[in-house]
Ligand binder design. Structure first.
Ligand SMILES: [Zn+2]
Ligand SMILES: [Zn+2]
Length: 156
């Protein structure tokens, strides 16, 4: 198999093509930047990551492309309350999020303990019974203070 970034890019190129859209340079660069990241990025984060290599692609293009990708379901959007959206490629492995309410850092993890997995399964069964609702999936976002911000709190 090729590298995962290339694979994701190829899958998305196929999705664009189905909708009659081309894989332009900005689209490719943004997909690669997102595929390379281990967490959610803001439009500015994405722009700063590729800017040295592709100075011709402006921030406005990044915004426009992200709107398009979101409409097409290529990216998912996360709002953690910092006044700007964060993005990641859709259909990534199931994960949970830890969001720092001080610096807005987002940590993504999928190395669940058996306890966490079983706990959620049990919780879902309980909620299904209570609301007669079939749960297909869940979205978990823990909000709090990250280790770096906790250390700063301790230092002051
Ligand atoms: Zn989960
Ligand atoms: Zn923090």
């Amino acid at each position: 198999m090729g590298n995962p970034v290339e694979e994701k890019r190829e899958i998305i190129a196929g999705e664009l093509k189905k909708r009659g859209l081309r894989m332009t340079l900005p689209r490719r660069v943004i997909i690669e930047t997102l595929a390379d990241a281990d967490s959610y990025l803001t439009a500015e984060d994405i722009y700063h990551k590729f800017h040295a290599e592709h100075p011709g692609i402006g921030l406005a293009t990044v915004y426009r492309t992200l709107v398009l990708f979101h409409q097409l379901g290529i990216v998912t959007k996360l709002d953690v309350g910092e006044g700007k959206a964060r993005f990641e490629l859709a259909r990534t492995e199931h994960h949970h999020l830890l969001v720092c309410e001080k610096c807005y850092k987002v940590v993504k993890y999928s190395d669940f303990t058996t306890q966490e997995k079983d706990g959620f399964a049990e919780l879902e069964r309980l909620v299904e019974k209570m609301y007669h609702f079939r749960i297909n999936r869940h979205v978990v976002q823990y909000c709090g203070v990250c280790p770096e911000c906790l250390a700063k709190e301790g230092a002051s």
